[in-house]
Design a protein around this ligand. Sequence first.
Ligand code: GCB
Length: 606
Amino acid sequence: MLKSLLIKIVFLLPFIGLSQDLLINTGNRNTTTLNGTWHYIVDPYETGYYNYRYEAFDQLEKDDLAAFYFNYHPSSKIERVESDFDKSPTLLVPGDWNSQEDKLFYYEGTIWYKRSFDYQLSNTSNRLFLYFGAINYKAEVYLNGKKLGVHEGGFTPFNFEVTSVVKPKDNYLVVKVDNKRFKDAVPTLNTDWWNYGGITRDVKLIEESSTFIQDYKIQLKKDVKNTIAGFIKLNNATGNEKVTISIPELKINQSFSADSNGNVQFELKSKKINYWSPSSPKLYDVYIKTAHQTLKDEIGFRTIKTDGPDILLNGKSIFLRGICIHEENAMRGGRAYSEADALVSLTWAKELGCNYVRLAHYPHNEHIVKLADKMGIMVWEEIPVYWTVNFSNEKTLNNAKNQLAEAITRDKNRASIIIWSMANETPISEPRNTFLKELIQHTKSMDATRLISAALEKHNKDGVNIVDDEIGKYMDIVAFNQYTGWYGGSLEDAPEAKWSIKYNKPVVISEFGGGALQGLHGTIKERWTEEYQEYLYQQNLKMIERIPNIRGTSPWILNDFRSPKRVLPVIQDGWNRKGLISNNGIKKKAFFTVKEFYKKMQQQYK
Ligand code: GCB
């Protein structure tokens, strides 16, 4: 009995490990893409994962070749094998399955993906990593029949080392992707967006030498304009490696010696920095060098802080002229995943007059953040702690922390990101406050240089809008969503609305707006018309201008986006219609109302 338990524990050990330390800046490493066509098997009953006693195949002591991850083929004509990837259809990776196959449009459950590849390490002492930009929601990853691990969370990257598993020829990589929703997951069961499933972002192999640069932070020291500070982390360090940071344009070229864990902490002085800002999004070529590797990045340097009601970018007070964006290419349909997709959204944002975007409601792909750096657009990045996640469950908290950590790890060198947002419209309670405080602490421990916010709760008493959410104490920016004239409140009275905001901090309206079907016209008294939406924006903007300490807005939302909650025939048909732009790329009248307002704000904050 004891012996069999021990065998089980030893056997299960490799399965317990989550993804290994995340490699950053994968775009500039030695990579081989695994994007392309992958075979897939739809498996709503998880037949390839559980036997008929509902025991997971990968937890059994003895291999059962019925498990799909063995990619097993019959060795004779008489043998019974009830799956075959090679005869199964294909999906494109990256990409959600819902928008590639009609029959998968509403599908929530397991789909198995498989692709084969050959790989020859260029040097036998090198190491190989398998990197996923994101898989929604839960991924179980197997290479050549061996389980590499599990990852939970649909919007952040993870990787596994595969050096000891990979072969020069005929590797088969099988991924079980499950996008079922769960009460205790992050996000929870209920959201107002489409639950796109699949391998939704880039997949790549990364080859590294045995010791390599895994992670680094190279940013201005908090609030100090002439000091670049941070860390470099080597993987598998043997101690005392020489690491050089070079920024030729700033005439910086300095070497450090890593400690026995492969860590370098550094500070570099420079007086001549051209600071990153929307009007001048200067990025410097930065090189990190070791004996085996030169890793390049393009990094902008800027300070961001608050002072009473002001947000100060490089010391200058700014107004955040924003727009909310979901990670969707509305025109093509489905999840956005490429730089080309990002360019569509950010070009519209620029045309609207934005200097800022809120990437709602989860970390978007890395392409858009990098493009924001280049285009000079500040970013609010958030995790899907949305509405009613289970705040009392420790596993839920750890999951949220893990997603937050993966997002910060990936994006902490992007000048565009000025705000880490913890949550959206979460109902106030003690467990919720404790949960958010933990997330804030976690964020600060990883990156104290950016501002912290969340879309907070507010209420109305005797005609006064009150923002006194206790968690506001811990925020750098007080943000809330305000749907006057849509979910309640009168548009006529909106400009005269009264406000009581407990905190003397910058206020950002993280959402406001209302729906309109593009092309539907009528009077300002008819809901769903472009005229109603336009009037709603006119009145809301008059209101917003008068909110004390107002320093920014991000209307809801750039484009109409898919939501299974939006079922009104003819008008919605599965789309949330609050876009300023339709799902065919046509601007609604309200787009121009916001554009006018932003012109004015740009003048005011010149
Ligand atoms: C909100 C949510 C957002 C919804 C939006 C709406 O407050 O934060 O996710 O999509 O309202 O359209 O109702």
